[in-house]
Design a protein around this ligand. Structure first.
Ligand code: NCD
Ligand code: ZN
Length: 349
């Protein structure tokens, strides 16, 4: 296939940050996606409906003219979340979900939930309202190996919660293992999972290829080859439980190339093309629209976008770096090329 046309996709997991970084990165996502579901792990985190509404305005101010783009907002759950405010924000259409960051699991998660029992009433209120819970699915304990964190989360937190609150709807964010892929399809349409491009493209060897590769360091960390293959099978299966969510997570180059470097892959400038490469390699381009557009719209009960986009099989060079003030961020595939290019206006990144 030399060309593919599909309805404009939704990126159901992005980090836009704030200030100059927000201004630099929002245009990449807004050009390629109809919606983006925006993570709330700012400093300080977006913990209330009012904060989510204010953040939405700052994002809209960074969207280039003429693009039909909608940010979908989320709140960050803490031990002290006010269930009334949270659910009112969802019912009023300000937010589409709430994010569970286990404390200390990832970037800016220090205000996260210390014990799932502390938010039981909040989860029940969310279930009653039909408000999805979005999970950073890692169990963080000194005795749990970093590569096993996802499985421990599924067994010790996710499955017991789904069983205890049978109407709660959950998105397992950025699954990285075969266990994650299996769990996501084991609860009917109550549970879905986002899958990032880097977890489809790379196994953990890539972190050490020729030396330490900080720009491929993200959380959850890349896993073994068997897990990458299971994720590719899941994403291309056509099942409704798997959603496009890039987890594009920009950090300044100096913060990535540092001792105690930050976790996150900045994929927004090439994410769509990277997913297309995976679907092409798996002979599944005919299922791309389900993963990229339709499954997410169904789970989040969004209108299916009508605008279509066309990508052609043509190489496109990816910039070495992108400026943010007097600093820079390094995109996925920096200085290399991707095999697909968007046709028409706004195609140049
Ligand atoms: C994300 C970030 O930088 O905010 N980092 C990452 O490695 N994915 C946080 C997250 O999604 O875990
Ligand atoms: Zn993320």
């Amino acid at each position: 296939m030399q060309e593919i046309t599909f309805r404009k996709p939704s990126d159901l997991h992005v980090h836009f940050r704030d200030g100059p970084m927000l201004a630099a990165v929002v245009p990449y996502t807004a050009r390629d996606f109809r919606h983006a579901l925006v993570m709330p792990n700012l400093v300080p985190p977006v913990t209330t409906t009012a904060m989510a509404a204010a953040y939405r305005e700052r994002i809209m101010a960074a969207v280039p003219e003429g693009l039909d783009f909608t940010p979908l907002m989320t709140c960050y759950l803490t031990d002290d979340t006010d269930a009334g405010d949270l659910v009112a924000g969802f019912r009023d259409g300000v937010t589409v979900g709430a994010k569970l960051y286990p404390a200390h699991a990832t970037t800016n998660s220090q205000h996260g939930v210390t014990n799932i029992r502390n938010i039981r009433d909040v989860l029940v209120a969310m279930a009653d309202a039909g408000m999805p819970l979005l999970t950073h699915g890692e169990r963080v304990r000194p005795d749990i190996d970093v590569f096993d964190r996802e499985k421990f989360f599924i067994d010790e937190i996710l499955v017991p919660t789904l069983e205890e609150i049978p109407t709660l709807r959950v998105v397992m964010e950025h699954i990285t293992t075969a266990d994650g892929a299996l769990a996501a399809r084991s609860f009917g349409d109550r549970v879905a999972a986002t899958i990032t491009p880097q977890h489809l493209l790379f196994n953990r060897n890539a972190l050490f290829e020729g030396g330490l590769r900080p720009h491929l360091y993200c959380l959850p960390v890349l896993k073994r080859e068997e897990h990458r293959l299971a994720l590719r099978q899941a994403a291309t299966s056509g099942l409704p439980n798997y959603l496009l969510g890039t987890d594009t997570a920009p950090h300044l180059r100096r913060d990535k190339e540092a001792d105690c470097g930050c976790a996150g892959v900045f994929s927004a400038p090439v994410a769509l093309e990277a997913y297309l490469q995976v679907f092409e390699e798996e002979n599944a381009l005919d299922r791309f629209e389900r993963f990229a557009t339709l499954n997410g719209a169904a789970f989040y009960r969004l209108e299916v976008p009508q605008e279509t986009v066309t990508y052609v099989r043509r190489e496109r060079y990816v910039a070495e770096q992108i400026e943010v003030g007097d600093q820079s961020v390094i995109p996925l595939h920096a200085g290399k090329s991707v095999g697909w290019s968007k046709l028409g206006a706004g195609a140049e990144h």
